[in-house]
Design a protein around this ligand. Structure first.
Ligand code: AMP
Length: 301
């Protein structure tokens, strides 16, 4: 079954304690679509780029089976650019700059074939854009969205309207606290459930992720990593892997969602081994399956 990813396609400048890279392929939509493409084909991606977006990046997305019909190229515009800098332990990231550029005037109209897609992932994007997509789709089975501190701070009202309309909200621990004003994570999760989503999945970086509904709680471990090169896109890869797996099994039971979180965790673990989506170029499905089995063992007792 198909997955539609709506998200940013960006040129990122990343500074880690060891290296600086400039204008590498990034974006919430990019990471999520590439992650989902390990499980389903094609993955449809809605986003916008400027005239400066390199052809090599477009070609790569195509080789991953990402359908780019929904990517708009603005010939007189500049691609969304984002810069981030990591502290020594990689747990703290400062945003150096966010240049929205072409995304500021992006009002996508979904191609007819995209409107019936059953699995919709609204990756981190302007909340009004996320809402306009929800309003255009017809027969979805599952709508999942992600957001980040930037939109919580800048577009709180619009974000609230989006959150009310999604089945699952994925966000990280500090964002859940920022969104709700709660300092206790479980209280924050309960507050988010009252906003509308049936489930909230909270990412906790190297400490894994938790899923909370009115009647269930599940804690997924992180894959134990010793080599971290660049954590950018880990959250989007997690969500993309989760969506891809769910679409591939076509089942939304609690059991499938838990397995999907484990698969998402594994895809994210590969992503952070290199800058941009470079590591994903050489990962095969059997590599994902092997780490999934290892991860399963870490919680068997
Ligand atoms: P993550 O590390 O999962 O938070 O994702 C980082 C990716 O999101 C980078 O490739 C950025 O280009 C992109 N990004 C950064 N800020 C935003 C924003 N405000 N809205 C959407 N995408 C963003």
């Amino acid at each position: 079954m198909g997955v539609l990813v709506v998200g940013t396609v960006t040129l990122d400048t990343i500074e880690t304690p060891n290296k600086r890279v400039e204008d590498v392929l990034g974006g919430s939509g990019t990471y999520a679509a590439v992650a989902a493409s390990f499980f389903v084909n094609p993955v449809r991606l809605i986003g916008v780029v400027g005239a400066d977006f390199p052809q090599a990046y477009t070609d790569f997305l195509q080789t991953r089976g990402v359908d780019l019909e929904g990517i708009t190229r603005v010939e007189n515009g500049k691609t969304f650019r984002w810069g981030g800098k990591y502290a020594d332990d990689f747990n703290v990231r400062d945003t150096l700059f966010t240049e929205l550029n072409v995304i500021e005037d992006f009002h996508p109209v979904l191609p007819a074939a995209y409107k019936d897609i059953p699995y919709l992932f609204l990756a981190n994007d302007p909340p009004e854009l996320q809402l306009s997509i929800i309003e255009q789709v017809k027969k979805t089975k599952l709508v999942v969205s992600d957001t980040m501190d930037f939109w919580i701070n800048e577009e709180r009202d619009a974000l609230q309207k989006t959150i009310e309309r999604v089945d699952i909200l994925i966000l990280n621990d500090s964002e859940a606290k920022l969104l709700t004003g709660e300092t206790n994570l479980m209280k924050a999760a309960r507050t988010i459930l009252r906003y509308g989503p049936k489930r909230v999945i909270i990412k906790k970086g190297e400490h894994g992720a938790i899923s909370i509904t009115e009647s269930s709680y599940f804690s997924a471990p992180a894959y134990p990593m010793t080599q971290v090169t660049d954590p950018t896109g880990a959250g989007d890869s997690f969500a993309g892997g989760l969506m891809g797996y769910l679409a591939s099994v076509g089942d939304l039971s609690e059991g499938s969602i838990r397995k999907a979180m484990m698969y998402g965790t594994v895809v994210a673990s590969f992503n952070i081994e290199d800058f941009s989506i470079n590591r994903q170029k050489s990962v095969q499905f059997q590599d994902i399956k092997a780490r999934y089995n290892e991860l399963q063992d870490t919680v068997r007792f």
